[in-house]
Design a protein around this ligand. Sequence first.
Ligand code: ISL
Length: 595
Amino acid sequence: MQIFRLALTFPLLAGLAAGCSQPNKAGADGATAPTTAAAADTAALAKKPGWWKETVVYQIYPRSFQDSNGDGEGDLRGIISRLDYLQRLGVGTVWLNPIYASPNDDSGYDISDYRRIQPAFGTMQDFDALLQGLHRRGIKLVMDLVVNHSSDEHEWFRQARSSRSSPYRDYYHWWPAERGKPTPRWSFFDVNSDAWRYDSLTNSYYLHYFSRKQPDLNWENPKLRQEIYRMMRFWLDKGIDGFRMDAFQFVAKDPRFPVLPPGYEKNIIRYYGNGPHLHDYIQEMNREVLSKYNVMTVAEGAGSGPTDAMLFVDPARKELNMAYHFEGMDLANGPDGYRLTDFKRIYTRWDSAFARTGWLSIYLANHDQPRMLSKFGDDRPAFRAASAKLLNTFILTMRGTPYCYNGDELGMSNIRFKRIEDYRDMETRNGYQRVKNRGGDLNAFLAQAKRTARDNGRTPFQWDASAQAGFSTGTPWLHVNPNYRAVNAAAQEADSASVLNHFRRATALRRAHPVLVHGQYRLLDAANPHIYAYTRTLGAARALVVLNFTAEPRTWALPAGLTPGGAPWLNNYPTFGPAATLALQPWQALVLPLR
Ligand code: ISL
């Protein structure tokens, strides 16, 4: 069998990989004007309408990305110091988790002032410098828009709770106690799973789908909606490039709060998503705000299936640009992992539903999930790098906008805390308390948290092998994963075969080949439990993606009529034997041009 060395047979990619490890010249802000081919490409793309289809989104969890002042929390100056790193990833858009003023009950998703920067993250001047630094490199910035709820420390809520006649009262949902107990509503985070909280000041209950410190805003109130649109314009006028809309499908509620059928909480999206007037609100927001800017909008969650999701993003309806679904995420949460055939079925079903119109996001992790590598790949040392590269290959070769969660480009893995005291996330801590209160199995809870807890994905970014992984000179707010000495960006910079450099090659490939962005997707060999193979086709351009989702070598016979048209475009092993039957290494990922 003939062996191809990727660097020899495919000089373009080898050159890109080498270019990636060259540091750029620093400018005044530690920042530079676009100097690389990647930056020139992303800058050109940024001007195109529909740019959000062709971009690659990189999600930054600011609290854990880079601390610049030694207080143990990441901050905006820290991100600014890493702008060249972002540029060299070849991503076109950064999505920042919330950086607004917040008491941090839910790590910034409880906002007390939508127009201020949380002091731990820095100042508005820092924000402006960050935005400018990104734009100078041709990278867009998308912010989290958290308007299903505010913090209970927001001025609106302080006013609203002070008296039943407050002009802000109707900014929230209240149930006067003289009507008796409210009809039950389930809460995601509450220690008693109860979404109603009694407030003695006005002898009423307020609604909170999330924590007690996250009262739900009342979208029925046109004054509230106008406040939110004004706030959105404030950020858009600063020049940001869009919003990721948090829990947005839950904003619309029936204020009569009818009784829901028993067990409704097991199917919460059906009952909480798609409330009355939801799409009227989004269309109004589009008319009054979004349509005036060339920006990207993505709804977190969008109904319970492709038909509901399409309502958010069908261009004819003038609502949002793209949806992201939870179905792929809901796989693999149990102790036995997942079946590849289910994974393929889910991604294929969503692709077909959006084949003619609408647009999807492709992601395998975010700040609400454990690490992609630990969940869908294999984080044992022997397979860590290969499986992380395979998963990144998948994200970057599917149809839809790819989202990479920071650290996944290095193959960071779950930390798997043993003790509840190590967790910082209120969801996990309240869940533990809930199980304790009912005398449940705390060991089983902790075992599950090792697999699924959100803090697994929130540990500090692993920059280098120095103390605290180069994240902070102080004590990090959440423990650093001890594997940082082996898994870190500095070590991977130096290794052209690293997960990081593979990621860079994959983003470069996607930029170079429109077929990987727009091409039609077709699943091959659906029943194969080990291999995920698909083609992408755009006019005469055709590519084949073959992913061995197992830790064993496998063979895979090319279907009749598919003939590779040269050396691989991307390969996470140095070997490739062009043959009618491919011999695949454990977790091998191949992207091949087709004749
Ligand atoms: O993360 C979840 C379960 O672990 C989801 O149910 C999540 O709560 C839901 O997708 C909404 O998430 C968003 O809003 C939450 C916040 O905690 C999440 O971080 C955010 O992504 C409340 O603002």
